[in-house]
Design a protein around this ligand. Structure first.
Ligand code: HEM
Length: 251
């Protein structure tokens, strides 16, 4: 039932939001996924900023005028957080299938050092739609959101909750926030500067074939039926030929 809802939502958004896939490109994220992702991102940033202002007014008092003053910031924070939670719940359903953990992801994690230090030109051939690191980020958000939701409600209604529960909730809420913040910083870096061509997957919805065989070879093979290694080597050979003007994206 949940999957059917997700498919219907994709279709409904697909009829309204156009995704133009040019020659040499592949469709990566549908309009529905992109709308969900940016709703999650915006509500997360608003929750984070209002949360900072409540957490340490001494350091972040300068943020409160943006939200209409201190009491208004305190009032808005749980509502931004609720929008985030609901939007992420839809994103959870939308990505549950490609985010399932597999043996390939365990192997991917073992060579994370090579990934971080960019030692290899292409990802291992079994890297599918999302790699192990992306999946860990996703499950970290799931875990933190559950903690946020439970502790957030206890803090929201702190007048009816025992004091020790409120105290423990503060600590857990802040740990979840720090985990999310760390993941968020790495995520922005990986989605922009570290891997050129990734950001456009969340704006236009597409990536180049070169990007696909480099970062997600198994997904490339699945959607094109072609061997990513062969295409990578062919593109590399063409690039090394002195007078060849054809670019790898034209494959
Ligand atoms: C505001 C800055 C952000 C940028 C520039 C950004 C960029 C991106 C991009 C380009 C992708 C697609 C990656 C791919 O197709 O391989 C993506 C995926 C994703 N985003 Fe974001 N994002 C941002 C904020 C957020 C926030 C705030 C969250 C959640 C709290 C989030 C959660 C995710 C998740 C779970 C994925 C799928 C897994 C992954 O690629 O890591 N993003 N993001």
């Amino acid at each position: 039932m949940i999957e059917r809802f997700d498919e219907n939502a994709r279709e409904a958004f697909g009829r309204r939001g156009r995704t133009v896939v040019r020659r040499g490109e592949l469709m990566r994220h549908t309009a529905y996924t992109r709308v969900l992702h940016w709703t999650v991102a915006l509500s997360f940033v608003l929750s984070l900023l209002t949360g900072f202002a409540i957490y340490s007014p001494w350091l972040y008092r300068w943020l409160t005028p943006l939200f209409g003053g201190g009491p208004m910031t305190r009032f808005l924070h749980p509502w931004f957080a609720l929008v985030f939670t609901v939007a992420f719940a839809f994103q959870f359903v939308n990505w549950l299938r490609p985010m399932r953990w597999t043996g390939n992801d365990r192997r991917w994690m073992k060579r994370i050092r090579a990934y971080v230090t960019n030692q290899e030109k292409t990802e291992p051939p079994e890297t599918a739609f999302f790699n192990g690191g992306q999946k860990i980020y996703f499950w970290l958000i799931v875990f933190s959101t559950v903690i946020f939701l439970i502790t957030g409600f206890l803090l929201w209604f702190d007048d009816v909750v025992p004091r020790w529960v409120v105290a423990v909730s503060y600590v857990l809420h802040d740990i979840a926030a720090l985990l999310m913040l760390a993941g968020f910083i790495v995520h922005i870096y990986e989605g922009t500067a570290a891997q050129p061509g990734t950001f456009q997957s969340m704006t236009n919805g597409t990536v180049t074939k070169e990007w696909a065989w480099t970062h997600h070879p198994a997904w490339y093979e699945e959607v094109t039926g072609r061997d990513p290694r062969e295409d990578y080597e062919a593109a590399r050979d063409r690039q090394s030929e002195p007078n060849d003007s054809q670019r790898p994206e034209e494959l």
